[in-house]
Design a protein around this ligand. Structure first.
Ligand code: ATP
Length: 401
């Protein structure tokens, strides 16, 4: 029981915040002078503003060895093109096996060795050194430490990601703001094995927001959630996008309500793109090519059925061709003044003017690329976390059967 005393919580109160944290996790935070280059953005008072990011890809192909036909390969993605922009919530849709996760992984920078094609970040070739710092990937199954409360995990993430850049009080303010925005304050003292599915998903997002990344990738964020939690999750992602971020998720069959909230829909079928554009335009587009979506039908279900050839085989090639030759782009959301690339003033703070920039890297504040916490600090934090976890696990009440 001695250890229990050492892990008892301390209450910290700053700017209306009243979050309890494990004193062991707090022990590693050291007070430093206030940094100058943080600004108020989106309610995130102390987090740095990143430049907004547009992601463009062309000729993207991904193939794997065909196990049934040894010397041959199987094409998972076939020469696809597209663009995902800042300030937009984009969704990659398609039937099971269409290649959604594969595309999301390639865009996030995983498995790119066996792929071909070009991926551009704000019109420049993607530099993985920078891209890794600015993007976060939230997987379908979140891995959370069950023996910690929501607040403790958030503070650990803040210490790992923000290092000594911020004082403890400032980190607590940041955490408070994020938990407030994601409606997690009610669960802040609850251990993560007790929180609901929707709260778990929001916590996974909250943990990744700690350094305000400009690009978020999410694999099936609504899987396993009920209708209400799903639409709350998508509303939250839309809010993050409207703050200047580029939010890209894969999604299986969204409800009509969720589908309406998506700014840009990218539909895959058999590794090819059959539609990219605004979700609200999809019915008019399909009408245009001779496919009539019944009034009472969910357009998302309808296009997935089309992708599964339920309305015949003739439409697939026609739709792929319309994407290839650019005819489909008239159904895309309009860009401001026809300008697509974010400017220096267009950041995750929510600014929204667009014009050309030549060197994206030059626009970045070099401070953003420097790791905020040293390997030694990370080692100490993770060691303390492991010890607390082992201790709590040892004294966790177990059922007798
Ligand atoms: N490394 C690999 N080796 C062999 N096959 C693969 C590999 N990666 C993906 N595939 C296959 O490629 C296809 C697309 O996979 P992917 O996971 O991208 O589909 P998805 O659209 O996300 O499907 P789901 O909605 O079911 O998750 C599937 O048929 C999958 O089995």
């Amino acid at each position: 029981m001695e250890m229990d005393a050492s892990v008892k919580t301390t209450t910290y109160s700053q700017s209306g915040s009243s979050i309890d944290y494990s004193s062991d996790i707090n022990a590693i935070s050291v007070e430093l002078p206030e940094p100058d280059d943080y600004q108020s953005l989106n309610g995130f008072k102390y987090l740095p503003a990143w430049p907004a990011v547009n992601l463009e890809f062309s000729g993207l192909t991904f193939e794997v060895p065909d196990e049934n036909n040894a010397p041959k390969t199987k094409k998972i993605l076939r020469d696809i093109h597209g663009e995902f922009r800042s300030h937009e919530l984009s969704a990659i849709m398609g039937p099971s096996g269409a290649g959604k996760t594969t595309l999301l992984n390639l865009l996030a920078g995983f498995g790119s060795f066996s792929s071909s094609g070009e991926i551009l970040v704000n019109n420049n070739p993607r530099d993985m050194r920078i891209f890794r710092k600015m993007s976060r990937y939230i997987m379908q199954t979140d891995i959370l430490d069950l023996q910690f409360t929501v607040s403790e995990l958030m503070l650990l993430a803040a210490n790992l990601k923000l290092g000594n850049e911020l004082k403890l009080e400032q980190k607590i303010e940041v955490i408070d703001e994020i938990l407030g925005m994601l409606r997690l304050k009610g669960a802040q003292h609850t251990k993560t094995d007790k929180i609901s599915g929707g709260e778990r998903k929001r916590l996974s997002i909250a943990l990744e927001l700690v350094n305000n990344p400009p690009i978020l990738f999410l694999d099936e964020p609504t899987t396993g959630l009920d209708d209400l939690s799903s639409s709350q999750c998508i509303t939250l992602l839309k809010m993050l996008a409207s703050g200047g971020r580029t939010v890209i998720c894969s999604i299986h069959t969204p409800s009509a309500k969720i589908f309406e909230m998506i700014d840009k829909v990218y539909v895959l079928a058999e590794g090819q793109c059959i539609y990219q554009g605004s979700g609200v335009n999809i019915v008019r587009y399909m009408n245009h090519i001779g496919l009539s979506c019944p009034l009472t039908y969910n357009p998302a279900d309808f296009i997935i059925e089309v992708a599964c050839h339920e309305y015949g085989n003739g439409y697939h090639n026609q739709m792929v061709e319309a994407v290839r030759n650019g005819r489909v782009f008239r159904w895309s959301p309009s860009t401001e003044d026809g300008k697509k690339t974010p400017t220096k003033s267009d950041t995750t703070s929510g600014a929204s003017t667009f014009y050309e920039i030549d060197q994206f890297e030059e626009e970045m504040n070099p401070e953003l690329l420097i790791s905020k916490s040293s390997w030694w600090m990370q080692y100490k934090l993770l060691l303390v976390r492991m010890m607390i976890q082992m201790w709590r696990d040892k004294f966790r009440p177990r059922s007798n059967y």
